[in-house]
Design a protein around this ligand. Structure first.
Ligand SMILES: [Zn+2]
Length: 286
């Protein structure tokens, strides 16, 4: 709905405390940076000063005093959009399950981790006080310890010395050394190790911080969720025998298993991968 000079004038005069009259009203700025057109009107009245009126197709109309807090049209605009966003977030029903699936791009997550991630993401929705944010930090740490216990198996300890039960960082490091072997993986190992350490430290920081806000707590949940997605990806790559190969003819990675050959013990020794594009069969020997 396009608002006219009359709409804006009527709105300001209705909202007025002292029965003011609008002397002039003109659309001064148009913003379109959030995919919708929002207009800021400069409105002058006889006995109630000057106002910014913000309105647009998908946002309700509201006015902001030019003398009180909002010196510029862009300030009034930013404030209005921030307020609208907050109202929309409160109206929309938050789905923690969608959140976890979204952050991890739909990767399969172990059920015990998925449940905990969903719970902590749900807490974000109702967290208001610093104690709520600290407790999100505590839960994130618990989730990371659970992640360590999920991905780690005793065979991963190369020197036979087992990490302590809740030594999350060491368990992930051994997990990375075990699955991401060789020099071709050294960059990935090092980057994921850094991600692991920062996520742990971030969660510890929130746990003890008296200044944490919704935003730090939310980042913490996002970091934990992402890290779990990354570890699940490493596991899934191991169990996906095809992902590392390409078509011997057109180099496409779009391969499907056409058939396999096993030895008498049932262990697969050869795979025949069919290219989805040119249908060439590529033979892989294990
Ligand atoms: Zn091909």
């Amino acid at each position: 709905m396009k608002r006219t000079f009359e709409d804006v004038t009527k709105y300001v005069e209705l909202e007025s405390q002292n029965k003011c009259k609008v002397l002039s009203a003109k659309p001064e700025y148009k913003f379109n940076d959030l995919g919708m057109e929002v207009c800021v009107w400069n409105v002058k009245t006889d006995n109630e000063g000057d106002w910014w009126v913000v309105e647009g197709d998908e946002v309700p109309m509201n006015l902001y005093s030019q003398s009180a807090y909002y010196f510029g049209a862009d300030e009034a605009y930013s404030f209005h959009m921030g307020l609208m966003k907050r109202m929309r977030v409160e109206q929309e029903k938050f789905s923690s399950e969608d959140f976890v699936r979204g952050v991890t791009l739909g990767t399969d997550i172990a059920p015990q981790l998925f449940r905990k991630l969903k719970n902590v993401a749900q807490l974000i929705d109702s967290a208001h006080e610093v104690e709520d944010f600290q407790s999100i930090g505590v839960q994130c740490r618990e989730i990371l310890i659970e992640l360590g216990n999920y991905i780690y198996v005793p065979d991963m300890a190369t020197n036979g010395e087992q990490p302590q039960k809740s030594n999350f960082k060491q368990k992930v490091e051994l997990f990375l050394q075990f699955y991401l072997k060789g020099s071709e993986n050294s960059d990935y190992r090092s980057m994921i190790k850094k991600l692991t350490e920062s996520t742990w430290e971030y969660a510890c920081k929130i746990t003890h911080s008296s200044k944490a806000t919704f935003y730090e707590a939310s980042s913490c949940v996002m970091m934990c969720t992402s890290l779990i997605g990354v570890c699940e990806n490493i596991l899934q790559k191991i169990y996906d025998p095809v992902s590392q190969y390409e078509c011997s003819s057109c180099k496409s990675k779009r391969l499907v298993i056409d058939s396999d050959e096993s030895n008498e013990d049932g262990i697969v020794q050869k795979l025949f991968l069919k290219c989805d594009g040119c249908e060439t069969i590529t033979e892989v020997i294990f």
